[in-house]
Ligand binder design. Structure first.
Ligand code: XBP
Ligand code: MG
Length: 252
């Protein structure tokens, strides 16, 4: 008998569309708080998203756009302080309920739980952000729905490196062929595919023009019974939303 599938979810862009109205806004709040006149506009943030991880993103921005920055603090300390402040602003924003889950996410998670499937998270974002998103969308108890939450700096190399998925697979003692990953971006897809995972991509406004070669399916979102997804590529076997019946078609 084949093993039941394990579902591994990315967070930012996949569980919720967090970047434009969440992380971006929080970065700008953190910059303003210390008197920096840096403003990450929607298009600029699209460029910066090529760099995974908030601290890494700030470092890239300084190197490219503020190379002559003079700071009383050493650069690593400045970045670390800005990032801590950004995390606080981001969590506060989530607490207001400003960022909902994407279509189909709650339905699929609940269906998987109802079928005793194993669930996990593999993300580059900070653990505190994952916990806040889950708490303020599905309730605090939902954090325990995920057997492993691989997040942030727990591995040395962030996506597109495969490290975070390999970490989750090892911790759960499962083979990649018994899992499906859910991602929204090129970097995330690279990370999952390099780990040997079949991957369903749900695009966002920031990622829809990226290269998703290697994805099992590319959709606009997971869809709902009453509002079907749009298929960008792949064979959805005449299904109109992503449920376990569709996912099981991709089981070896
Ligand atoms: C998302 C990211 C994250 C967030 C910021 O990637 O790149 O860096 O933008 O989070 P993924 P932190 O969707 O692959 O998780 O500031 O906590 O790093
Ligand atoms: Mg993502």
């Amino acid at each position: 008998m084949t093993e039941p599938l394990t579902l591994i979810f990315d967070v930012d862009g996949t569980l919720a569309d967090t970047e434009k109205d969440g992380h971006r806004v929080a970065f700008n709040q953190a910059f303003a708080e210390v008197g920096l006149d840096w403003e990450w506009s929607i298009p600029l943030y699209g460029e910066l998203l090529a760099i995974a991880g908030g601290k890494e993103r700030i470092k890239f921005y300084i190197d490219k756009y503020k190379p002559n920055l003079s700071s009383s603090l050493p650069l690593p300390e400045l970045i670390s302080n800005l990032h801590k402040s950004k995390t606080n602003y981001y969590r506060e924003l989530l607490r207001t309920g400003a960022i909902p889950l994407r279509p189909g996410v709650e339905r699929l998670l609940k269906e998987a739980r109802g079928n005793n499937m194993r669930l996990a998270i593999a993300t580059t974002t900070t653990m505190a952000n994952v916990e806040a998103l889950l708490e303020y969308t599905l309730g605090k108890e939902s954090i325990s729905w995920f057997e492993i939450i691989g997040a942030g700096d727990i591995v040395p190399a962030k996506k597109p490196a495969p490290d975070i998925y390999l970490y989750v697979l090892e911790k759960m003692n499962i083979q990649a062929e018994n899992c499906i990953a859910f991602e929204d971006s090129y970097n995330g897809l690279q990370s999952a595919v390099q780990s040997g995972l079949k991957t369903i991509v749900t695009v966002t406004d920031y990622t829809r023009n990226q290269d998703f070669t290697g994805a099992t399916l590319v959709l606009d979102n997971l869809g709902e019974p009453e509002k079907s997804f749009t298929v960008i590529s792949g064979d959805t076997k005449d299904r109109t939303y992503c449920d376990l019946k569709l996912i099981e078609f991709f089981q070896d």
